[in-house]
Design a protein around this ligand. Structure first.
Ligand code: RB5
Length: 149
């Protein structure tokens, strides 16, 4: 499975920890984020990763900023993206199982590295459940279509 990863300056250190963890687990990881702590604008990174994901460059993605929120909000503006921020492992598997989220957001200033790795594992090891959950995801897609020009 190929995982896309992106981060702003607040997420650089955690990005490297998560990348190493995922590579050790056998995932292929493509890095779209900054590798320094010089300031960058999280919307640009969120958009870049989201575009690459909908273009089929990877299977799922991880986005990291200070809270995980800004970069996730930006990614969610790209049609086809369902991104959710997680600070616990239960939400992490449920956003995949129920919401069919294709991106997980993590706040580097909110969760420590060990919990962040557990959160990412919980997300990646889950599968979309389909059924009634697919119907609700389809409703979200319908909203997206209704408001896109
Ligand atoms: C950067 O200081 C910070 O605003 C950003 O990383 C993120 O937390 C935004 O949501």
């Amino acid at each position: 499975m190929k995982i896309l990863i992106g981060n702003d300056h607040a997420g650089t250190e955690l990005k490297f920890e998560i990348m190493k963890h995922l590579e050790d687990e056998g995932y292929e990881v493509k890095n779209f984020g900054t590798d320094t702590t010089d300031r960058v604008d999280y919307p640009k990174v969120g958009e870049k990763v989201a575009e690459a994901l909908v273009a089929g460059e990877g299977d799922l993605a991880v986005l990291i900023c200070g809270t995980g929120v800004g970069i996730t909000l930006a990614a969610n503006k790209v049609p086809g993206i369902r991104a959710g921020v997680c600070s616990d492992t239960t939400t992490a598997h449920l956003i995949r199982e129920h919401n069919h989220a294709n991106i997980i957001g993590i706040g580097a200033r909110i969760v420590g590295p060990e919990l962040a790795k557990d959160i990412v594992d919980s997300y990646l090891n889950a599968e979309p459940m389909g059924g009634r959950h697919q119907e609700r995801v389809d409703m979200i897609t319908a909203i997206e279509k209704k408001y896109s020009r």
